[in-house]
Design a protein around this ligand. Sequence first.
Ligand SMILES: [Zn+2]
Length: 359
Amino acid sequence: MRGLAWTLAMLLSSTALAQAEQPPYQDADFVKIEKIDTHLHLHGTLPTFVARAAADNFRLLTINVNYGDFPPLSQQHRDALALRASYPDRVAFATTFDAAGSDRPGWAPGVERQLIEALDAGAVAVKVWKDIGMQQRDADGRAVMIDDPRFTPIFRMLEARGTVVLGHLGEPRNAWLPLAEMTVNGDREYFKEHPQYHMAMHGEWPSYEQQIAARDRMLDRHPTLRFVGVHLASLEWSVDRIAGFLNRYPNASVDLAARMSHLQVQASTDRERVRRFFIQFQDRILYATDIACQGPQEDSACAAQADQAWRDDWRFLSSADTLHSAEFAAPFQGLALPRDVIDKVYSGNARRLFPKAWP
Ligand SMILES: [Zn+2]
């Protein structure tokens, strides 16, 4: 006679089977599933862009950053507050600070006051940027690195508040290679246009591994800091190196911003390795693009560009289609990630990390 144990075993195995056999999401699911782009730079009023995001079921995190191509920080802050006020359930923002003059006495307390003010005004994270390590020098000419003790009080304050730090430190490893040896066209174009960050030509700044090591020493010093290594923690060229970083720092996550092509390069030669990385670290990866929209004059074009990028990425992560990219020559296959992995990468992890961002 078939007893209770047998019935239970059948129930369990059929549940496991149902999960295993659940098909990946389809193209048509793109608009049905809530998604969050956790790394954008939105400046000015962007009604068409935000409407496109809403139609595509995207929520947004715009990140202020002290970058010469963007408006001044005070303007970025005003724009972020205005976007948040106009679309409180759609747009959240991250604040930042100017690292210039960090060797002057009184610099850190001033930055702490300014950050607290921005956090009280609704910022959900603080960005630190590659100018620390690649641009800022003290009056005596020494390069300022992120593990410098002058930043300790700021990180200690953010650690105590539980504020997420978004760290873009260093650059893709391609930045230390000649243009012809870079693995993706996007990097080749960016470093051609921004030679000041093309580190292969700037031996006067610390090396790639020195940038990574300084970031890691800072994290060693702040073990409870909630940290997102944006741009795949500048370890984009190797999912094994990213895995090593995530294993070493349990409070860290990574975002995919502007580095999906680097994962596609790896998928073109070893798709299973990239797929395993997503499944193993499904709780620690945030979907992001790094799309930047500069005011109303770019609103419509930016909306179209984002829609295309969001759909291309969806296809890579959710389907098993054979794909091609303008970034490099080889074809590659979509990862067809399980539905629960897609749900976490696209929204669950961001909602957990930034609980007040999209009420
Ligand atoms: Zn960015």
